[in-house]
Write a protein of this length. Structure first.
Ligand code: CAA
Length: 382
């Protein structure tokens, strides 16, 4: 077993680390406070090639693989988790187009994403009444000649109102079983009939914009359907398998930042005449966080390596997501505990890390859904 990174993986990690430390981290607190969409960060990261880390060079990507992608997202999330999720979802949409798109769609849209021509790309599956039960979605797409007419309301759209391109799942066959009657569409920003609502007011990731998308008679060219009719749910699930590696890496990045801040603080803060890091109570917290973080990251790398080896990784991605995100929440809670009252204020970053970590247990499939996926994969393999 080889735990060493190759040259490409190291190079991607270093590019992301530099950007994270020299750009993202500097504005993260202000962007969070003001709920400011991080356009400047995204422009720079798009130009660095971080919107198509696992996309072939032919389509403008870095062709660096899923492990590189995880490394990049982890680094970015340590600096600004809101920027990291925006980049992660953009990569997820790029990968869906690369896997399911035709040559025209790749030439028209994938090259735009990888070139950083859009501030972001969005993934739109959930609806107000359809979250964990994704197959129950109700938005419709009705074919009329060379177009589909989209109607309905989508929810929790990362980068809604800012993205240049939306990957939207809608029902094309109301008579088919729920998961079989859904198709996927590429909808350009500015298409008449598609509007983004006001951004949600969130606990964390406040610089990442989350909106509803309302479709009212929105006409999309039939050539913008991604893949054949009826495979939209499969496209969404395939995308989410990869997306869950991204959320795992994001959680590890947030946890790394919180853990490092808490460890540093433990060497600087003195009580009872000694640095608090001298006390076993604090040492145990540091040890538990370091161990959990290491285990989490190995699970994330394992899922990413299977993806790179083109082996089915649904189960491992779900294991990685549930473990990394729950570990990250515990690590952030511990970091706040180590900083005590200061950790509870915005003077120190661990308060933001704790708020940012919370949603990783919810989006791209809750911890409970991950456990369903893991158990189903195990049971069906018997
Ligand atoms: N890859 C490919 N195909 C898959 C698949 C996968 N990982 N998982 C399921 N499918 C296929 C199945 O094979 C099945 O097809 P067949 O009948 O031909 O075999 C079909 O899809 C239906 O599968 P299920 O019967 O398992 O479907 P289900 O209705 O029971 O749902 C679920 C399963 C795991 C609960 C799924 O609905 C799920 O993942 N829910 C969570 C949704 C989610 O993660 N939403 C997040 C949205 S994105 C977001 O968070 C916002 C953002 O931008 C960050």
């Amino acid at each position: 077993m080889d735990f060493a990174l190759n040259d490409i993986q190291e190079a991607i990690r270093d590019v992301a680390r530099r950007a994270s430390q020299k750009l993202l981290a500097l504005n993260a607190a202000a962007y969070d406070e003001g709920a400011i969409f991080p356009e400047e960060n995204l422009k720079a990261l798009g130009e660095m090639g971080l919107f198509g880390v696992n996309i072939p060079e032919r389509w403008g990507g870095a062709e660096a693989g899923a492990v590189s992608y995880a490394l990049a997202i982890r680094e970015l999330a340590a600096g600004c988790a809101a920027t990291a999720v925006t980049v992660a979802v953009t990569n997820m949409v790029a990968e869906a187009i690369n896997t399911f798109g035709d040559e025209v769609q790749k030439a028209r849209y994938l090259t735009q994403i990888t070139a950083g021509a859009y501030p972001a790309a969005s993934f739109s599956l959930s609806e107000p009444g359809s979250g964990s039960d994704a197959a129950s979605l109700r938005a419709t797409a009705v074919r009329e000649g060379d177009e589909y007419v989209l109607n309905g309301t989508k929810a929790w759209v990362t980068s809604g109102g800012h993205a240049g391109l939306y990957l939207v799942m809608a029902r094309t066959d109301p008579d088919a079983p729920p998961a079989k009657g859904i198709s996927a569409f590429l909808v350009e920003a500015g298409t008449p009939g598609m509007t983004a609502s006001k951004p949600e007011k969130k606990l964390g990731l406040r610089a990442s914009t989350t909106t509803e998308l309302v479709f009212e008679g929105c006409r999309v060219p039939a050539e913008n359907r991604l893949g054949p009719e009826g495979i939209g749910f499969q496209i969404a699930m395939t995308a989410l398998d990869g997306g869950r590696i991204g959320v795992s890496a994001q959680a590890c990045g947030i946890a790394t930042a919180a853990h490092e801040a808490a460890t540093r603080y433990a060497t600087e803060r003195a009580q009872f005449g000694r640095p608090i890091g001298d006390f076993q109570a604090i040492q145990w917290m540091i040890a538990d966080s370091a161990t959990q973080l290491e285990a989490a990251w190995l699970l994330c790398l394992r899922a990413a390596s299977l993806k790179d080896a083109k082996v089915r990784f649904t189960r491992e991605a779900a294991m990685s997501k549930v473990f990394c995100t729950e570990a990250a929440n515990e690590i952030c809670h511990r970091a706040v505990q180590i900083l005590g009252g200061y950790g509870y204020t915005r003077e120190y970053p661990v308060e933001r890390h704790l708020r940012d970590a919370r949603v990783t247990r919810i989006y791209e499939g809750t911890s409970e859904v991950q456990r369903v996926v893991i158990a189903r994969e195990i049971l069906k393999s018997l």
